[in-house]
Design a binder for this molecule. Structure first.
Ligand code: SF4
Length: 250
């Protein structure tokens, strides 16, 4: 990496404000803000034309997708189509985007040459889930985010684990990540979607409170954490897209 390239990883704007300081400043300024105000600050004021939402179109996605659309329905929405989603997720992604009126949903797939080289049989998830997530999620997302300065996530503190102290703005070089629903409870997420009549993912009614790829997603009981069915029986709790460049913003 050249010294100029290295510099870009820690600087976030033309004024040269270090990325971590910018994230801390934005998080502090947003301490009392609603999710919509946080999104307006990010989409309209701080990163106009340079921010995307990354959505799994999963169990909790509808509220954030609707909030983003209420600020700007043309905000790019990146859907990582890993090739391992439930058929219900793929059809839901189409219906929900139409219902909400999103105009720029981008289906991002792993590169064919990457799959041919690293997962030719399509069963890498059985042998090495971290490498499977890397080729099917992390690499495609890195490519899709080229040209953006910030991205919006649907992570929440109630998910626990690494997310328990999630700030609403965080530095993740070379990006700022925005987590407008970080402080929301499960009840608030569900109530927001219900009030607006947003369609629920069809698998929620079958006992899936968190939904990812079919080989790595199982139902979870009401007494379990929402993400207990993800990579059930393994130590893995994150797919890796939120671990790259992570740094505490406050
Ligand atoms: S969640 Fe499972 S199938 Fe999907 S990319 Fe990760 S390891 Fe592969």
């Amino acid at each position: 990496m050249t010294s100029n390239a290295a510099l870009r990883l820690v600087r976030s704007d033309d004024a040269g404000e270090p990325l971590a300081e910018r994230a801390r400043r934005l998080a502090a300024a947003s301490r009392e803000d609603s999710a919509e105000a946080i999104l307006r600050r990010a989409i309209v004021e701080e990163f106009p034309g340079r921010i995307a939402l990354v959505s799994s179109f999963g169990a909790e996605s509808a509220a954030l997708l609707h909030l983003v659309a209420s600020v700007d329905a043309s905000t790019p929405v990146i859907f990582l189509n890993t090739g391992k989603h439930f058929a219900q997720t793929l059809s839901y992604r189409k219906r929900l985007a139409r219902q909400i009126g999103l105009t720029d949903v981008r289906d991002i797939a792993p590169a064919a040459e990457d799959l041919a080289e690293r997962d030719p049989e399509g069963d890498l998830w059985r042998k090495d889930a971290d490498r499977c997530c890397h080729v099917r999620k992390v690499i495609p997302l890195q490519r899709a985010l080229a040209g953006f300065d910030a991205w919006i996530t649907g992570r929440k503190q109630f998910h626990g684990g690494l997310r328990a102290h999630l700030p609403v703005f965080e530095a993740a070089a070379p990006f700022i990540k925005v987590n407008p629903l970080a402080r929301w409870s499960p009840e608030e997420v569900a109530a927001y979607a219900a009030r607006r009549g947003l369609e629920t993912h069809p698998l929620v009614g079958e006992g899936y409170p968190s939904i990812g790829c079919w080989p790595c997603t199982h139902p979870a009981g009401p007494a379990e954490d929402a993400r207990a069915g993800r990579w059930r029986g393994a130590a893995k709790t994150e797919c890796g897209i939120h671990l790259i460049g992570a740094a505490r913003a406050n």
